[in-house]
Design a protein around this ligand. Structure first.
Ligand SMILES: *Cc1c(COP(=O)(O)O)cnc(C)c1O
Length: 395
């Protein structure tokens, strides 16, 4: 017996649930890619992406996922043999560093762990020690989707400047853009990248990169440049240069609608919605944790991301079984544990097109699974989330 009929619900940190209006926006004929309508569509999106990154710089849209945008960033500013400093706080900055290494950069990892955020003081100390300025770029993820940590990008930016180090500060916002504040220019970020399929509520397949003047200066002498990713090529006179070929017309219509939806809600409201729903999830997990088996992965409350929560599962209990029950019996797809937390955790995504019924439904189903699988847990987790929202979302 199952209770999974109807639409499967994705609580995975990418791809995420898309609003119906985003799906509908793609149901149309393709555009003439040389038409004025196409040019206007691109110009409007580039302008709005600048707003989302909070930068005066003009961004680039790639037909690629986040891994593609990582490569776009690296290839545009680095040369083989350049040194890159990866700020570890889970899986994703390290994976970005692995790409850099495969492309011929020398990669140093500033050791962190998957239960806490990057410490800005450690970044400053490491950069001060690099007196010959051999480090050319610093890679960090605002939210590490594996650990559920949020790094303080503003504070790390201050640490970089306090060290007086000229390395480019490059930030991955794949799991945070549109969900949490990000201020590229104000925080001293030189290059920011993101993707379409998480907080941006758009199908997988688009990614975004914004680069400031310092990054463009490095670009001029970068030796890893290749034609498809190259910023100079994409700045070319013709519209088709923007995409280095055929525009991803339908994905652009979807993105247009997603950004319209987001701006209609207002970024401040969207950030607050994410914060409220994330806190509801954390209240539930904390209550379940009273059973001695489950717990929040990130120890420090202010370092917990508002877009994804990694839940640790104590030894003797298999997160894969919980996940399988939620999926096969109830139609809820949870994120699996990845990186250091593989086999030790599951993840609840709460980013993008999420609302109270989706989150409370998700928590409710997890609680059903905890009961069915006899996993010890404090009673009333979903109730704690309900009580919290009832108090925090005023009438
Ligand atoms: C998902 C994710 C990526 C990778 O994006 P893909 O589109 O899967 O290539 C990179 N960084 C972060 C923080 C992510 O969450």
């Amino acid at each position: 017996m199952t209770v999974r009929a109807g639409r499967e619900f994705l609580a995975t940190p990418g791809p995420t649930t898309m609003p119906d209006e985003v799906l509908r926006a793609m149901h149309r004929p393709a555009l003439d890619i040389y038409s004025e309508q196409m040019v206007n569509l691109t110009d409007g999106l580039l302008c709005d992406l600048s707003k989302l990154f909070a930068t005066k710089s003009r961004p680039y849209i790639y037909i690629a996922n986040g891994h593609g945008a990582w490569e776009a960033v690296l290839s545009n500013v680095l040369s083989r043999g350049d040194k890159v400093l990866v700020l570890e706080s889970g899986l994703f900055a390290r994976a970005w560093g692995n790409a850099a290494s495969a492309m011929g950069a020398e990669v140093e990892v500033l050791k962190g762990d998957s239960r806490r955020a990057v410490q800005p003081e450690e970044v400053e100390t490491r950069l001060r020690a690099d007196t010959p300025h051999t480090i050319k770029a610093i890679l960090v993820a605002q939210v590490d989707t594996a650990s559920g940590v949020v790094n303080d990008i503003e504070a790390i930016g201050k640490a970089v400047r306090a060290a007086g180090h000229p390395a480019l500060y490059m930030v991955d916002t794949v799991a945070s853009l549109g969900c949490m504040p990000f201020e590229m220019d104000r925080w001293g970020v030189d290059v920011a990248m993101s993707g379409s399929q998480k907080g941006m509520m758009t199908p997988p397949g688009l990614s975004f990169v914004a680069a400031n003047e310092r990054a463009r200066a490095a670009h001029r002498s970068a030796g890893m440049r290749t034609p498809y990713w190259d910023w100079t090529e994409r700045d070319g006179a013709e519209h088709y240069h923007r995409y280095a070929g055929t525009a991803p017309v339908h994905l652009l219509f979807a993105l247009r609608q997603a950004i319209d939806t987001l701006f209609e809600e207002g970024l401040t409201n969207a950030f607050r919605r994410h914060q409220l729903l994330a806190e509801a999830v954390r209240r539930a997990v904390t209550t379940w944790g009273e059973g001695g088996v489950l717990g929040l992965n990130i120890a420090e409350p202010c370092q917990r991301s508002n877009t994804v929560t990694a839940v640790l599962v104590g030894s003797g209990y298999d997160p894969a079984k919980l996940q399988q029950y939620c999926n096969e019996k109830c139609g809820l797809v949870l994120g699996i544990g990845i990186g250091d937390l593989q086999g030790l955790s599951f993840r609840i995504a709460h980013m993008g097109h999420v609302n109270a019924p989706m989150i409370l439904g998700t928590l409710g189903v997890i609680e059903v699974a905890l009961n069915a699988l006899r996993i010890p847990h404090g009673k009333g987790g979903t109730e704690a989330a309900i009580t919290y929202l009832g108090g925090a979302v005023s009438a």
